[in-house]
Design a binder for this molecule. Structure first.
Ligand code: GLN
Length: 289
């Protein structure tokens, strides 16, 4: 089948063609069929069920050509979310472009932890540092209708994506977007919570990352510096100045960073690590004394 590209291909044949083509790439092993199906659905703009109901239906030449180019992009390692431009997070739809990190399910633990800590706060003011796609800020604003959010990012391109996501999810009036290096743009303000999924990968780990991440996701969103702890070192100090007493700091952390983070948060109250589904400490929660 590989290499053959029939100009009157049915939906069923096209899925199989895409699968066999993607199977050539070892890193995609096991995901070829799902990816081929998803990309074809994207091209045709139809729900999953219809794809199977109309297996025998033939694609137009333009649909075939588009599908082929998407399969080629995927074969080169482009993440599926950068091809379809979408990713769900906390049950909400998000636009993603190569200017932003693709929202990860682990980050939903941070959102859950923040909601739990702030449930007794009637109108919390929250700042999201390094908002990227805006997934954390938008999910929090959506879940807490009386909250006010500030979403910061050093990247203007990322902020444009985040603003679009706020609009798409109906929370644009309660999120203020600002370009900022960490918390610099809000110095002097007061917040009930600082939340962040900062870059936390050490530059030395670059080679060990999956190709999809290494070659396609923005380096600015991934790498902190030589140790991976550089952003936490700055952010923890800056957050302390802006938090009300009793305010919460919640940050996602990387694999193996727990004890280093514990040291950086000496003097904070109610220190807690939330494990992800693989039991890796993934979110740190601390309260300002
Ligand atoms: N806040 C965004 C997220 O959690 C972006 C994080 C980042 O770019 N490091 O996905």
């Amino acid at each position: 089948m590989r290499g053959m590209f029939d100009h009157s291909m049915s939906i069923g044949d096209a899925i199989e063609w895409g699968e066999s083509f993607l199977d050539e790439s070892l890193e995609l092993e096991g995901r070829s069929r799902a990816d081929s199906t998803l990309l074809l659905r994207h091209v045709l703009g139809i729900p999953h069920a219809e794809l199977y109901a109309y297996r025998e239906r033939h694609l137009t030449q333009l649909q075939l050509a588009t599908f082929q180019s998407l399969i080629n992009a995927r074969l080169k390692g482009k993440p599926i979310q950068y091809i379809t431009c979408e990713q769900e997070f906390f049950g909400l739809p998000f636009l993603v472009t190569p200017d932003v990190l693709i929202p990860r399910p682990e980050t939903e633990h941070l959102v859950e932890a923040a909601i739990a800590r702030l449930q007794n706060c009637s109108a919390p003011r929250i700042v999201d540092v390094g908002t990227g796609s805006g997934c954390i800020a938008v999910a929090l604003a959506h879940a807490m209708p009386h909250s006010q959010m500030v979403a910061l990012d050093i990247s203007a391109a990322a902020l444009a994506v985040a603003e679009q996501n706020a609009r798409q999810n109906g929370v644009t009036e309660r999120i203020h977007f600002l370009q900022s290096d960490l918390l610099a743009a809000v110095v002097g303000e007061r917040f009930d919570a600082v939340v962040s999924n900062p870059p936390y990968i050490a530059l030395s780990e670059r080679a060990s990352l999956a190709r999809e991440v290494r070659e396609f996701e923005p380096a600015l969103a991934l790498f902190a510096g030589a140790t991976g702890l550089e952003i936490y070192q700055r952010l923890i100090v800056e957050a302390k100045d802006l938090l009300a007493s009793g305010g919460w700091l919640l940050m996602e952390i990387g694999h193996g960073q727990k004890s280093a983070i514990e040291k950086l948060l000496q003097g904070w109250d109610a220190l807690e690590f939330v494990p992800d589904l693989q039991s890796i400490p993934r979110v740190v929660v601390a309260r300002k004394v």
